[in-house]
Design a protein around this ligand. Sequence first.
Ligand code: NIG
Ligand code: FE
Length: 411
Amino acid sequence: MTSRPWDTVWLGASAATFDPARPGPWGALHDAAVGVKNGRIVWLGPLTELPERPDEVAAEVRSVPGCWITPGLIDCHTHAVFGGDRADEFAARLAGESYEAIARAGGGIRSTVSATRGATDDQLRTAAEARLRDLAREGVTTVEVKSGYDLTTDGEIRMLDVAHAAGRRAGVEIQGTLLGLHALPPEFERDRPGYIELVAREMVPRAAAEGRARQVDAFVEGIAFTAAECAPVFEAAREAGLGIRVHADQLSDAGGAALAGRWCAASADHLERTSKAGVAALARGGCVAVLLPGAYLTLRDDQPPPVTGFRQLGVPMAVASDLNPGSSPVRSLRTAASLACSLFGLTPAEALAGVTREAARALQLDDRGVLSVGRRADLAIWQVERLEELVYWIGGDLLAGRVVEGIEDAP
Ligand code: NIG
Ligand code: FE
């Protein structure tokens, strides 16, 4: 048998490339062919322009007529590794308690910290794997996972290890983020500066040196950390070559967006209470605004992020699940994208770019999120007539196939 130049070619679908160089809201290409070799896209264009017959050009020919192909979806903000759950708090909030009051009374993130510290590696991994599989079943191929529920150096590294192990089993690539500044651990109750010092001097350098994290995040909020407290940690991140992210202006305007802008952070996330000046700071800093409608819905918030301001100043918008046990028990990125339309007024094109191209940008990854020659062959193949259906249907099994680095992989 003669060897073929490509490993696989996918034929006959419409491709939503999200390549800004192509016209239309999602850079569509109809009756397309996608050629893949060694996990990368090597050819992309109309089937009629294929240089040779499909079976001459590729070892495997996969025909997917009537489908849409998108880049594999990217969930750029999750807390998918944690012990226990907080269904009790969900009920308490429905009975009138606030998220902040629960946190101040020692519940919230702190209660997940004790559950996570008390869980074995196996327990954490099994639970995380199930959550990641749920995401994968909806076409997700890359997931960012934050630490932040142990708050000791060894424990934070353990969380990131568990994330990577769970991701390997679930068939998604994990991007680890160190979130040491998530909450003040109980043992540092009387020593805030001591904890900041530990995160900056120990956790960040170790997470970087051991390749566990590519970015560092911080929760800037009245119930968490101030913008000033983040400075030494961001300094350490910069020194270690890690990107910076900020949980910003979710419950109050604590200057999170301004901080993200000043540090030219990769992203600022949540942003429900970001001021005009905050939006301008994000634009100046080249930050992505990561919108998390799952948390907005679950906390029954009523102040959406300033989407019009982001559009006016050209701040790119990503959308993520924020999968976590407290504010966003959301195990579906497609649902998050749908909510971004219904609750925040994104167009389907914005929401879908938000879970592909702009999510990759928030993760500082330029090898995915767009279909073009040279990028990773991470694909989601959808059994839908119109691409809008991906945000129109809430729930439902729309995925016809998933390809991770050129390999078809049924999640
Ligand atoms: O993104 N805001 C901080 N972190 C999470 C919530 C974590 C939790 O409640 O456990 C968030 O919403
Ligand atoms: Fe979060």
